[in-house]
Design a protein around this ligand. Structure first.
Ligand code: FAD
Length: 262
């Protein structure tokens, strides 16, 4: 398989860089080909602004979604963005790797999503009607491919447990797994999370590395998170609320959006 790792850490000697090397080595040993987008190393421009739309009339207001859709249609997106979109189309598996910073991804990676996920590419795709709400949440340009996160945290595993002060890790990662990966179509694998890493010793590193090798060996057999499909009949259209007969009554948990609530 072709695997794309989008990597967001500023230091090539970091734990994250070491874990990335472990992942690449294991994937290549399994016969996969690996591309890496190293956002800091390539000086990725994180913010969306007028420079992203060179064909936009200089006097026109910048409406980002409209400008984005026009640029996709006219093939006038910038070369750096087009190159990342081509990598996404080539890859059968996308891995986003990052240290958890303020309970989410580093800004540079969010900026990669903001710029690469253009209108007509990752959103604004498919038929909008009274029985379909576009191709998204399991459908879309990237449907049929797999994606997963590799994340490190300073906090302990218990801090991210169901009753932990930080909130459950699956809830914190839901906007990424569901909103960024499942949205344009990916089947999303459970995340690989390494907790309490700031004073990790060599033995701890080797344990994490072995767990990661195992995940890389099982990329194509690991069952994805069973997110419900938007257009599969579970949601009312156009309100996009889960049907009243599905999910735990009175719950507003993210788990409502799983076919089998955990
Ligand atoms: P590094 O600092 O590079 O390394 C961590 C440890 O691994 C070091 O002690 C290093 O010696 C050791 N190590 C062992 N073996 C190896 C090896 N072979 N190669 C490299 N290193 C090795 N944490 C949270 O839980 N929640 C948050 O919201 C959060 N927000 C943050 C916000 C910011 C701005 C920052 C800077 C940190 C935040 N943290 C948070 C902590 C952060 O998640 C961790 O510091 C990060 O995950 C550590 O990953 P790293 O790659 O930077 O580790």
């Amino acid at each position: 398989m072709n695997v794309l790792i989008v990597f967001a850490h500023p230091d090539p000697r970091s734990l994250n860089a070491s874990l990335r090397a472990v992942a690449v080595e294991e994937l290549e040993a399994q016969g996969h080909s690996v591309e890496v987008t190293d956002l800091y190393a390539m000086g990725w421009k994180a913010e969306v602004d007028r420079a992203d739309f060179p064909a936009l009339d200089p006097d026109a207001r910048l409406k980002v979604a409209t400008a984005s859709g026009d640029a996709v249609a006219a093939d006038t997106l910038t070369e750096d963005v087009k190159a990342e979109q081509e990598k996404l189309l080539r890859a059968e598996v996308l891995i986003l790797q990052f240290p958890l910073w303020w309970f989410t991804m580093p800004a540079i990676l969010k900026g990669w999503v903001d710029r690469v996920y253009a209108y007509g590419f990752a959103y604004g795709v498919g038929e909008h009607s009274d029985h379909r709400w576009g191709d998204r949440y399991g459908e879309g340009m990237l449907a049929g491919k797999r994606a997963m996160l590799i994340v490190t945290t300073g906090g302990w595993e218990q801090h991210y447990s169901p009753r932990g002060i930080n909130g459950p890790i699956d809830d914190l990662l839901f906007p990424i797994n569901h909103g960024i990966l499942h949205y344009p179509g990916y089947d999303v694998l459970p995340p690989f999370v390494t907790y309490r890493v700031d004073r990790l010793d060599e033995a701890g590193f080797e344990q994490a590395a072995e767990r990661l090798r195992e995940r890389m060996r099982t990329l194509d057999s690991t069952p994805p998170i069973p997110f419900r499909r938007q257009n599969g009949g579970d949601y009312l259209i156009p309100s996009l609320e889960l049907r009243p007969d599905l999910g735990a009554a009175g719950s507003s948990s993210f788990k409502l959006h799983l076919q089998r609530e955990g």
